[in-house]
Write a protein that binds this ligand. Structure first.
Ligand code: GDP
Ligand code: MG
Length: 163
C-alpha cells in the first residue's frame, strides 16, 4: 500500500494551505475562519520520483473550545493509527498554545515519526522564532511558509527519509 502522511494541528495554523501546496491543488478550502473544510481530505503527492498519499484533517464546525479539543484529539488518534508519518503543524506567528501542547503529548506517546512544522515562517526573522517549538519534545521544527512555499522542498525531502 502507498505510504500515508497525515497533517494534524489546531485550526487556522495552515494545514489546508500546506495540503494544497504539497498536492498542488485547490482541493482543500482555506479561509480566515476555522472549520470550513470537511472532516478529512485525501490527495496525492509526487516528489523525487516517489509518490505518497496525504490527508488533511480538521474541517469541523466547532462551537466551543471543548468540542474543538475533542475533534482535534479524534483526528490525532486516527492519524496515529493510519499514518506512516505525521505532520504536526504549528503557527509561528501565533506561538505555542495549550491545544498544541495537548497534541504534542499524544504524538510523543505514539512513537510514530512526527515532523513539527513551524508554518507561517514567511521571512527570516519568523524562521528564527521557530526554535520555540523545540520545547514540544518532537525534535527540530521545520520552518516553512505554506503560502510562499519556502522550506517545502526540504520538508518533502525529509518526509521521504521517514518511510
Ligand atoms: P487550517 O485551519 O489549519 O486548515 O488553516 P488554513 O490553511 O485554512 O489557513 C488559515 C489561515 O492562515 C488562512 O488565512 C491562510 O491564508 C493563512 N496561512 C496559511 N499558511 C500561511 C503562511 O505560510 N503564512 C501566512 N502568513 N499565512 C498563512
Ligand atoms: Mg483546514
Amino acid at each position: 500500500m502507498q505510504n500515508l502522511v497525515a497533517i494534524v494541528g489546531r485550526p487556522n495554523v495552515g494545514k489546508s494551505t500546506l495540503f494544497n501546496r504539497l498536492t498542488q491543488s485547490r482541493q482543500a478550502i482555506v479561509t480566515e475562519t476555522a472549520g470550513t473544510t470537511r472532516d478529512r481530505q485525501y490527495g496525492k503527492v509526487i516528489w523525487g520520483g516517489q509518490e505518497f498519499s496525504l490527508v488533511d484533517t480538521g474541517g469541523w464546525v466547532v462551537n466551543s473550545d471543548d468540542i474543538m479539543e475533542d475533534e482535534i484529539n479524534k483526528q490525532v488518534r486516527i492519524a496515529i493509527e493510519e499514518a506512516d508519518v505525521i505532520l504536526f503543524v504549528v503557527d509561528v506567528m501565533h506561538g505555542l498554545t495549550d491545544l498544541d501542547e495537548g497534541v504534542a503529548q499524544m504524538l510523543r506517546k505514539s512513537g510514530k515519526p512526527v515532523v513539527v512544522i513551524s508554518n507561517k515562517s514567511d521571512n527570516f526573522e519568523l524562521g528564527h522564532q521557530s526554535a520555540e517549538f523545540y520545547s514540544l519534545g518532537l525534535g527540530d521544527p521545520f520552518s516553512i511558509s505554506a503560502i510562499n512555499g519556502s522550506g517545502t522542498g526540504d520538508l518533502l525531502d525529509h518526509i521521504l527519509t521517514l518511510f
